[in-house]
Design a protein around this ligand. Structure first.
Ligand SMILES: *[C@@H]1O[C@H](CO)[C@@H](O)[C@H](O)[C@H]1NC(C)=O
Ligand SMILES: *[C@@H]1O[C@H](CO)[C@@H](O)[C@H](O)[C@H]1NC(C)=O
Ligand SMILES: CC(=O)N[C@H]1CO[C@H](CO)[C@@H](O)[C@@H]1O
Ligand SMILES: [Cu+2]
Length: 323
């Protein structure tokens, strides 16, 4: 009898997490204009759904498979939408999330990829693009604070800056939250992609180790158990930050320690054009790469502590209370 109920319990528990209010991007502000995001719980049901600059998400649920094409721009976001936000190179872009649970501690990262033309026609299941990281924050050891907490403290919003000398054109800007769910023993990823048209930029194009494939960035990463008492630092996975500043000015950002991925093979099918010779003054911030954790498993959280199990139970309680 009890055994018969176990599968049901498992379904209820996973439902508690998937219907959980994790949040999605409801507004994007670029060059002083606020664009509505895609609202998965209402927009699809309108007689004429809005055309948004934000690529669609089906819900506020996570991507659980770090090898899926959906890791880039979420489920449905592999397909384009019919609009771009206009943004001046060197200016901020703000992603306004609906909500983020306080105990879902983790980094916040922003990547870009050239659409190599019209973003609305870029199908990420059909065309491989190369991504570069423009912003990332993880764990601030001195404040003992995660970037996800900073986002919550800023009205559930995160602001990144489009590199000032980036070549004009259409790009995807991917703002990503993720955290380690000890119960699932794997990170949960929440990517959101906004289509933009960059104007007033220069002639910088990311190259070489600036460029990565998504999926790919988390394939060989073992995440630490952030709930251990001994936890005190976090190396943000992925490539170094792309910076359009000359090397002399490009110091490592204290909030963004980035490490080269364990397997940094960049496929040759990059859609980003070869940079003009004049872009030789462009450099990414120096790679002060601590050795990434050994790839004992793939994109997994290390979750052996009793404390993480306790937190996992609390998470379910949290879901029931707040979601
Ligand atoms: C794109 O591929 C992913 C699997 O990687 C799949 O889940 C998704 O449904 C595909 N999207 C479309 C529109 O075919
Ligand atoms: C985010 O959106 C909410 C709801 O529209 C709004 O109240 C809040 O001011 C926005 N926050 C920022 C930083 O734009
Ligand atoms: C400032 C602004 O435009 N806020 C909007 C953010 O998104 C929500 C949900 O679509 C709107 O109701 C707000 O007006
Ligand atoms: Cu959750």
């Amino acid at each position: 009898m009890i055994a018969a109920f176990l599968p049901l319990l498992a379904i209820l528990l996973s439902a508690a997490d998937s219907v959980n209010a994790h949040g999605y991007v409801q507004n994007v502000t670029a060059s002083g204009q606020t664009y509505p995001g895609w609202l998965p719980f209402s927009d699809p049901y309108l007689a004429s759904p809005p055309v948004t600059v934000v690529r669609h998400v089906p819900s506020d649920g996570p991507i659980l498979d770090e090898t899926s094409n959906n890791l880039a721009c979420n489920v449905d976001g592999t397909q384009g939408t019919g609009k771009v936000a206009i943004i001046t190179a060197g200016s901020p872009i703000t992603f306004n999330w609906t909500v983020w649970p306080a105990d879902h501690l983790g980094p916040v990262s922003t990547y870009m990829a050239s659409c190599n033309g019209d973003c609305s026609k870029l199908d990420l299941n059909a065309t491989k693009v190369q991504w570069f990281k423009i912003d990332a924050a993880g764990y601030d050891s001195s404040k003992k604070q995660w970037a996800s907490t900073v986002l919550i403290n800023n009205g559930n919003s995160w602001t990144s800056t489009i590199p000032a000398s980036l070549t004009d054109g259409q790009y995807l800007v991917r703002n990503e939250m993720y955290y380690c769910s000890s119960r699932r023993r794997a990170p949960q990823y929440y990517p959101s992609c906004t289509q933009v048209q960059v104007t007033g930029g220069g002639n910088a194009n990311p190259t070489g180790s600036d460029l990565v494939s998504i999926p790919g960035i988390y394939n060989d990463v073992t995440f630490p158990d952030i709930w251990l008492d001994s936890f005190n630092s976090f190396t943000i996975p992925g490539p170094p930050l792309f910076s359009s500043k000359p090397p002399a000015n490009a110091g490592p950002s204290p909030s963004a320690s980035s490490a080269a991925p364990a397997s940094s093979s960049v496929p040759s099918s990059s859609v980003i054009s070869t940079p003009a010779p004049s872009s030789s003054s462009i450099a990414s911030s120096p790679v002060t790469a601590p050795t990434p954790p050994s790839p004992t498993s793939s994109g997994r959280c290390r979750t052996n502590s009793r404390r993480s199990e306790k937190l996992a139970r609390r998470h379910v309680g949290f879901s029931k209370r707040h979601h």
